[in-house]
Design a protein around this ligand. Sequence first.
Ligand code: GLU
Length: 286
Amino acid sequence: MIRTRFAPSPNGPLHLGHAYAAVVAHDIARARGGEFLLRIEDIDGERSRPEFTEEFFRDLEWLGLGWDGEAGFQSRRLATYAEAGERLKAMGLLYPCRCTRAEIAAAATAMGPDGPVYPGTCRHRLGTSESVDPEGAAWRLDVTRALDLTGALTWTDELAGPQTATPEVFGDVVLLRKDLPASYHLAATLDDAADGITLVTRGMDLFPASHVHRLLQALLGLPMPVWHHHPLLLEPDGRKLAKRRGSPSLGDRRRAGEDGKAIAEALRRHRFPAGISLSSGVDHSP
Ligand code: GLU
């Protein structure tokens, strides 16, 4: 049975772009007789706020997008993430790093999907972690060594077709943040497996992240889903829709008396408010 999920982060209100993502995940599950889950990705420290989560529940009900079962919360699964982190450390694949963003930007020689690619400054610490005080350090994955272990990996996006995993475009990603026994990549990968997600739907902006998730699945012996990276809603200037650039939140629209179900229906039919458009084509990057 197919199972999809919508996985918002409660660090701000939802807007039309999120509503579109939720419609895609919900409608695919319903059309194929499957399940649609809701997962709250609330591990972003101070930026995660419970009041946004409460708003998410109201927004989804207003849109007419009912989910199956109880919503999941990443903040309740930290022990699972930490345990997976320990397994990867025991496999000799993680090393501690205290480099700051500024240090990385200064030393980087390439740009990746998330900005300057980490240049491997601390990789020499691999396997020597006992002599390094790991307190306050983030733990990075030696991606080259990990790929040596797994061999070439492939995955499939329903829209973009077969892919060869290229997680190295991010450099050695952080899997355990200094303030948290997890990172987006590790938590999302573990949760999708634990929740039995068979089709990961999300925006094209996260297409590159799926290369990393495929690698983590292979390392941790997790099942591989299929992916569906959908186009994004764009502002008139071509940038991704964002609350901070002035588009009203779903909560604002709800409180102003707009009809949520009609908005969901318009999104399904690709009818967007003036100035908003859907990104074209399928992004095969990187
Ligand atoms: N929490 C992520 C976001 O709000 C989505 C993650 C995902 O779908 O994998 O952008």
